[in-house]
Design a protein around this ligand. Structure first.
Ligand code: FRU
Length: 491
C-alpha cells in the first residue's frame, strides 16, 4: 500500500472541491477507468494516470481496489510506459481456465490495453499472478499489430460462452472492430460494425460489449456503449450505446441506422466501462469530465473523478428498449442522517427553501405537475446563480443549467444540457447524488441520467430550493440523506 501523506494543511482529501464519495487519485491527472474487474473478493479500478503532472501526458495505469466499489484503497501504479509506447485504455479479465497458460492451471488476471507510440497504436497484454499487485508484460507484445488505422485503441475483452472464445471489441476510427482468441495471445479479426451508424461527429473511443437480459421480455441482448470524443448532446465528449444481437463474431443492431441513444445526457460522463466478472449484475462507471475542459478544471493537487458505480438493467418503456441506470445499492451504506420535508402545494411562482445539507448528500424528490407545467430545483447557488435541474412538460424535457464559477477556466463550463422525456407523465421521481464538485441526476427508475461537474462558488450561503415555474406543483416528498466520506485520513 502507498504510504498516505497529508497533501495540504487542510487534511487528507479535504481540499476545496475534493469529492468525498467518488474516486479521485490522491494527486495528479486521471482520465478513463480501465481494467475494471472483480477477482477474489476485490473490485479493481485501474485508470489512465499521469503521475508527474495535473495535465494529460505519458499514460500509465493507476490502480485502486475496493470491497464494495464505493470505498477505495490506492495501490501502486500497475503499468508504466515502455519501449512500445504509453499505456492507453483497455480492460482486464479473469482467465478462469488459464487459457493463456500464464497461471499454472489456476485463475489469474490478464490486462488488455493499447500501446501508443506517437500515432502508432497496437494492442498488448500483461498478467498478474498476485491478485493485481504486480504485473508482467507479455514478451511477445503487441498481440495485435496496427492494420493501418490511426485511431485503433481501447480493447474491451469478454469471454463468449457459446463459442468458448475470448472476444475483443476495439475502436477503429468511427467504427469498432471485433477480434476473437482462444488464449488472449493470438487474435483473429472477425468483423466490424459502425460505419455510418449512430452518432458520427467524433472519433469512437472506449467501446464496451456485454449481454443483458431484458427484464420484460426475458430476451438476451448485447449492449455496446461507445464514447465519441466530440459531438455529444451536451457538447464535447459523451457516450452513446447500441442494443442488438451478437453471435461471437457479428454485432447486429436492433435500431435504425440514424437513431442515437445516449447513456447519459450530462456534460461529464465519458469513457464508461463495465466491470468484468461481477456475479449476477452489470455495473459501469465513467470518467466524470469532458475533453473540452478536462485539463483545466481548477482542482488541486488532483484532477478528475470517476462517477458513482451504476447498475445497469435492460427494459422496455413506451415500446422502446432502453438501459436503466441506478447507483449501486452499496452507496446507501454511507448514509448518516435523513432529513424530510413535509409535502407542500406550490402555486405558480411560489417556492420552498430547504437548508443546504452538508456535502456529500443524496436528494430524493417526488413532484406532481400540471399538464404543460414546469418546475425547477436549485442546488448550491444563491439568487440566480447555481446548478438548476428542471422539468418542463410543455417542452417535454428535463434539463440542467450550470452557471459559471468564480474561476473562469473554460467558456464551455457554463452550459445547459437537456434530455427528452418519453410519454406524458405528470409525476416525477428524481434522485440526485451530490458531492463537493458534482451532481448526478437519475430520473424515474433511472431511465435518464445526467452527470455534471459543479464547482460551487466559495462564499455562497446556499439553500436547496424548489420552485413552481409554471402551473401548480405538488412536492410530494423531499428526503435528503447526508453521507459520510469514503476517505479516511491515514487509515
Ligand atoms: C478516451 C481516450 C482513449 C485513450 C485514452 C488516452 O478518453 O482518448 O481513447 O485510450 O483516452 O488517455
Amino acid at each position: 500500500m502507498i504510504q498516505k501523506q497529508p497533501l495540504t494543511t487542510n487534511g487528507y482529501y479535504q481540499e476545496r472541491y475534493r469529492p468525498h464519495i467518488h474516486f479521485t487519485p490522491e494527486q495528479m491527472w486521471m482520465n478513463d477507468p480501465n481494467g475494471l474487474v472483480y477477482f477474489e473478493g476485490e473490485y479493481h479500478l485501474f485508470y489512465q494516470y499521469h503521475p508527474d503532472s495535473k495535465k494529460w501526458g505519458p499514460m500509465h495505469w493507476g490502480h485502486a481496489v475496493s470491497k464494495d466499489m464505493i470505498a477505495w484503497e490506492h495501490l501502486r501504479v500497475a503499468l508504466y510506459p515502455d519501449d512500445l509506447g504509453m499505456i492507453f485504455s483497455g480492460s482486464a479479465v479473469v482467465d478462469h481456465k488459464d487459457t493463456s497458460g500464464f497461471f499454472d492451471g489456476k485463475p489469474g488476471l490478464v490486462a488488455v490495453f493499447t500501446h501508443a507510440d506517437g500515432d502508432l497504436q497496437r494492442q498488448s497484454i500483461a498478467y498478474s499472478k498476485d491478485r493485481g499487485r504486480t504485473w508482467v508484460k507479455y514478451e511477445d507484445n503487441p498481440v495485435i499489430p496496427n492494420p493501418g488505422i490511426k485511431d485503433f485503441r481501447d480493447p474491451k475483452v469478454c469471454w463468449h460462452e457459446d463459442t468458448e472464445k475470448w472476444v475483443m471489441v476495439l475502436a477503429a476510427g468511427r467504427k469498432v472492430q471485433f477480434y476473437t482468441s482462444p488464449d488472449l495471445k493470438q487474435w483473429t479479426y472477425v468483423s466490424e460494425f459502425g460505419e455510418g451508424w449512430g452518432e458520427q461527429k467524433g472519433v469512437w473511443e472506449c467501446p464496451d460489449l456485454f449481454p443483458l437480459t431484458n427484464e420484460i421480455s426475458g430476451e438476451k441482448k448485447w449492449v455496446m456503449p461507445i464514447g465519441i470524443d466530440a459531438g455529444a448532446p451536451a457538447g464535447g465528449s459523451g457516450t452513446q450505446y447500441f442494443i442488438g444481437s451478437f453471435d461471437g463474431k457479428h454485432f447486429v443492431p436492433h435500431q435504425p441506422k440514424d437513431s442515437v441513444r445516449w447513456l447519459d445526457y450530462g456534460k461529464d460522463f465519458y469513457a464508461s466501462q463495465s466491470f468484468s466478472d461481477v456475479p449476477g449484475r452489470r455495473v459501469v462507471l465513467a470518467w466524470m469530465s469532458n475533453w473540452q475542459y478536462a485539463n483545466d478544471v481548477p482542482t488541486d493537487p488532483w484532477r478528475s473523478a470517476m462517477t458513482i458505480p451504476r447498475e445497469l438493467t435492460l427494459t422496455r418503456v413506451e415500446g422502446q428498449e432502453l438501459l436503466i441506470q441506478k447507483p449501486v445499492a452499496e452507496l446507501t451504506n454511507l448514509i448518516e442522517k435523513r432529513m424530510e420535508k413535509d409535502p407542500s402545494l406550490l402555486k405558480e411562482k411560489q417556492s420552498i427553501e430547504l437548508d443546504q445539507p452538508a456535502s456529500p448528500f443524496l436528494w430524493e424528490l417526488d413532484v406532481e405537475m400540471e399538464k404543460d407545467g414546469a418546475f425547477e430545483a436549485r442546488l448550491f447557488g444563491k439568487q440566480d446563480r447555481g446548478l438548476r435541474v428542471g422539468i418542463d412538460r410543455e417542452k417535454n424535457v428535463i434539463y440542467v443549467q450550470r452557471d459559471g464559477t468564480d474561476l473562469d477556466f473554460s467558456s464551455e463550463y457554463a452550459c445547459t444540457c437537456q434530455a427528452p422525456l418519453s410519454g406524458d407523465l405528470s409525476s416525477f421521481h428524481l434522485k440526485l447524488v451530490c458531492d463537493h464538485s458534482s451532481v448526478e441526476i437519475f430520473l424515474g427508475d433511472g431511465e435518464i441520467s445526467m452527470t455534471n461537474l459543479y464547482l460551487p462558488i466559495a462564499d455562497h450561503e446556499a439553500k436547496l430550493k424548489v420552485e413552481a415555474v409554471r402551473g401548480t406543483l405538488e412536492v410530494k416528498r423531499s428526503s435528503v440523506f447526508e453521507m459520510r466520506s469514503i476517505w479516511k485520513p491515514n487509515a
